[in-house]
Design a protein around this ligand. Structure first.
Ligand SMILES: Cc1ncc(COP(=O)(O)O)c(C=O)c1O
Length: 398
């Protein structure tokens, strides 16, 4: 490039000069928006979908593609699609499953507050009929299916924050018999605990912001499904634009490498914490799928045969009002009183003012999101330190 001026050299020198015959062991962050080929005919073929490749960042990126391949393998699906956030994935999955004007969606009534708002505020205003029901009551599900003839059933494997369990195989059967698709939000379980695709779910969504990334430093979402459904989602994503950037994809891909180790530790710690809280005099109720007192314990054992029941424990502080709950949370020293879950750090959240803030007080009451309920995402610290922290904070409000 020696004959070009300084301005041209500054822009082009050093770029695209080598043809490596080596392969980096770790997937690099491909921070390139656009791609060049030796011949315009090749670019044309990639644009036309006649050969694989990349043309523009919104249509695909090699780092993001590596993450998508990893998730498809972990979830046991043909394909996957990365999105800008868990909510972007939830939205796209609903559109691909057919939640458009004139259709009906049956949703578990206690899904994540953002999902509830997406359904009842946005999709509902666009002519989608939304019916929220108690998905653990299979008779009520069958009746609602008969009444609404839904296009989609939407559930969370482990619900947020009351940790109800969706009987995925049975719900898939009920949905398919009525010609509907089953979407499962697998954020709380992750493929380590449960792989909904192996039990006939049609689309799996996950907030990668949580356990998949696991370090609280990247937001992302994923859809795992058949090649055909992922292609439909990608075609929509090209238009609406909520892609996952390569830097976030790299962080999540890196997080995935320790997912199994982290999940094991999260679950073991959570089981110890749940048992501790269950016998604490200041705790009136504990929600945890691994406790024999869980109303669906038999189903929990069937769905999670490895005895790993997740890293989230929710509990009610005996007769506490919001002021006392805030004092309890302010007293925590190890557990971080912040929104989100699934990080290496223990995190505590007050559902009434965060994850379920979008709901009215009446809706929260109906869903048992009471003013004395807190949700703990148990981290991978030493279990005795987490328990000690809970104990001192509970005593501090006596
Ligand atoms: C179960 C569940 N699904 C989806 C989401 C949305 O994910 P994101 O915050 O990455 O958009 C959340 C967020 O907390 C969640 O808990």
């Amino acid at each position: 490039m020696k004959d070009f001026s300084m301005a041209t050299l500054a822009v082009h020198a050093g770029e695209r000069t080598t043809r490596p015959d080596y392969t980096p062991v770790c997937t690099p962050v491909h921070n390139s928006v656009t791609y060049v080929y030796d011949d315009m005919r090749t670019l044309d073929a990639v644009f036309g979908g006649e050969r694989p490749g990349y043309v523009y960042g919104r249509f695909g990126n090699p780092t993001t593609a590596a993450l998508e391949e990893a998730i498809a393998k972990l979830e046991g699906t043909e394909s996957a699609l990365a999105c800008a956030s868990g909510m972007a994935a939830v939205h796209l999955s609903l559109l691909v499953a057919g939640a458009t004007s004139g259709s009906a969606v049956l949703t578990a009534q206690d899904v994540y507050g953002g999902t509830h708002a997406l359904l009842t505020q946005l999709l509902s205003s666009q002519g989608v009929q939304i019916r929220a029901i108690e998905m653990t009551n299979l008779n009520a599900v069958a009746q609602a299916i008969a009444e609404t003839r839904p296009t989609v059933l939407f559930v969370e494997t482990i619900s947020n924050p009351l940790l109800k369990i969706a009987d995925v195989p049975t719900l898939a059967q009920l949905a398919h018999r009525a010609g509907a698709k089953l979407i499962v939000d697998n954020t709380f379980a992750t493929p380590c605990l449960y792989r909904p695709a192996l039990h006939d779910a049609d689309l799996i969504v996950e907030s990668a912001t949580k356990y998949l990334g696991g370090h609280g430093d990247a937001m992302g979402g994923l859809i795992a499904a058949s090649t055909e459904r992922c292609k439909a989602a990608r075609d929509l994503q090209k238009i609406v634009g909520g892609i996952l950037g390569p830097n976030e994809a790299w962080l999540i891909l890196r997080g995935l490498k320790t997912l199994v180790l982290r999940m094991r530790q999260h679950c073991q710690n959570a089981a110890l914490v749940a048992h501790f809280l269950n016998s604490h005099p200041r705790v009136s109720r504990v929600f945890y799928p691994g406790l024999p007192t869980h109303p669906q314990f038999t189903l929990c054992q069937r769905m999670f045969p490895t005895n790993l029941y997740g890293g989230i424990v929710s509990f009610e502080i005996e007769a506490a009002d919001q002021e006392q709950v805030f004092r309890f949370m302010n007293a925590l020293q190890v557990i971080v009183p912040a929104t989100s879950l699934g990080d290496v750090y223990s995190l505590m959240l007050y559902p009434a003012h965060s994850s379920h803030r979008a709901l009215t007080a009446e809706e929260r009451q109906r869903l048992s999101i009471t003013p004395n309920l807190v949700r703990l995402s148990v981290g991978i610290e030493e279990a005795s330190d987490i328990i000690g922290d809970l104990n001192q904070a509970l005593h501090s409000i006596e």
